[in-house]
Write a protein of this length. Structure first.
Length: 421
């Protein structure tokens, strides 16, 4: 046999050997895929079971997802959301319900955060709070919190709440308005993981006996934009397993304030594209102030309407920041009662006095009489603003201030038709 023929024979033999090995690998791969599909189908049959009844052995579920064998992306995202919800339910089974604080930016959420902390609610590890605002960093920051649908990773809650707001032009969005199951389930997964992360931080911090005695496992977090994540928060903390504090400040003060990041980033999501330019004005002048007032009115009334439908008086509380700094002990007592925290007369008196030093920042105190008159004029020509001021108990006149003592909204008996926006 010639050398050339020997070479060809060797090449053909090597090719046949390679083909044989590849065929075996292909069969093995098909066998693995079939097993994975079988596992997916088995999981699918149990998807309607309550979360509490699903076993915590997730190894068979995660493996095909991470190997991208789940072709239907919304279904993959749903599986991942279920796993996160299982973890959340397990962690919070024996925990006190979290207290969550939110409100339009510059409404005074930091003051309410301090009040909750003074009433022995653990409001976050100092290392995980913004130094000036006390906002919860893990709630908004991307690190260690991802949403995985099997193929790619999306980070950050804006990916979920902004499309939600745009789908309903309010915070009353849900899976049906979003019309994107994949995004909805990824939002649930993000929210679940974020709350688990915060709870783990609580557990790590409260291991010391003196801290356990002080906080008695009462915990919570604060971030203004929790307001626009309420549909996701409510979905993952079902059965009203949380308390929400909605912080309010006179819309005239808010509209003239310097902190307008909340307005700038969220206002466009509350209007149709063709209406954004006329309703979310950013150029300096009276139109911008009126746009901010309208945003304040719409956002806060949307939240009340949503709360009327999904929460009750035991799980939802409106706190006007002006009440907190007004030397009214009954407002501190009301907050303590909502939090299910004991507060002695001595403590209530001390807290009432300590918060009153901030009174010069609210109730229109910092505006001149001419400025107050201008603000009043704006409210009379901006649709919905006067009605909203009245609804929340603010003095609608140019003198500003409050028209009642310690605002108390009876959510359970509230007539939704009486709410204008």
């Amino acid at each position: 046999m010639s050398r050339r023929n020997l070479f060809y024979l060797s090449a053909v033999s090597a090719f046949l050997l390679y083909f044989s090995m590849t065929d075996k690998l292909f069969l093995l791969s098909n066998s693995y895929t079939a097993n994975s599909i079988s596992k997916d189908r088995a999981l699918d049959r149990n998807m309607d079971l309550k979360i509490q009844t699903i076993e915590l052995n997730t190894s068979n579920v995660e493996k095909p997802l991470k190997n991208k064998n789940c072709i239907h992306k919304p279904k993959c995202a749903e599986y991942e959301a279920k796993l996160s919800l299982i973890d959340l339910e397990t962690k919070l089974k024996s925990s006190r319900v979290p207290v969550i604080i939110g409100g339009i930016g510059d409404s005074g959420t930091r003051g309410v955060w301090q009040a909750c902390r003074d009433l022995n609610i653990y409001m976050g590890n100092p290392k995980e709070l913004w130094k000036t605002t006390k906002d919860c960093i893990p709630f908004m920051q991307n690190y260690n919190i991802t949403s995985n649908d099997g193929d790619f990773i999306v980070k950050g809650p804006a990916h979920f709440y902004n499309p939600g707001l745009r789908s309903a032009l309010s915070i009353s969005y849900d899976q049906s308005t979003l019309q994107n199951d994949e995004r909805w389930y990824m939002g649930l997964q993000y929210t679940s993981k974020m709350i688990v992360k915060l709870y783990n931080s609580v557990q790590a911090y409260q291991t010391a006996p003196e801290r356990t005695r002080l906080y008695e496992h009462a915990w919570g977090f604060k971030h203004p934009r929790s307001l626009v994540m309420l549909p996701f928060i409510n979905e993952v903390l079902k059965n009203k397993r949380f308390r929400y504090i909605h912080v309010l400040r006179d819309g005239r003060d808010v509209s003239k304030g310097d902190n307008q990041a909340f307005y700038k980033s969220l206002c466009p999501s509350l209007y149709e594209i063709d209406d954004v330019q006329s309703n979310c004005v950013e150029a300096p002048g009276s139109l911008r102030v009126m746009s901010r007032m309208k945003f304040w009115s719409k956002m806060n009334m949307d939240v009340v309407k949503w709360a009327k439908k999904h929460l009750d008086s035991d799980t939802y509380l409106i706190v006007r920041i002006e009440d907190l700094v007004s030397r009214r002990p009954e407002c501190i007592k009301r907050l303590a009662k909502f939090l299910n925290q004991k507060a002695s007369i001595k403590k209530v008196t001390r807290l009432t006095e300590s918060y009153s030093v901030f009174n010069s920042s609210y109730n229109g105190v910092k505006w001149t009489e001419d400025q107050k008159q201008h603000l009043y004029n704006y409210t009379t020509v901006t649709p919905g603003v006067l009605d909203t001021l009245r609804f929340f108990g603010y003095n609608e006149s140019a003198h500003m201030g409050l028209s009642g003592s310690c605002f108390d909204l009876d959510l359970d008996n509230l007539n939704p038709f009486s709410m204008k926006s």
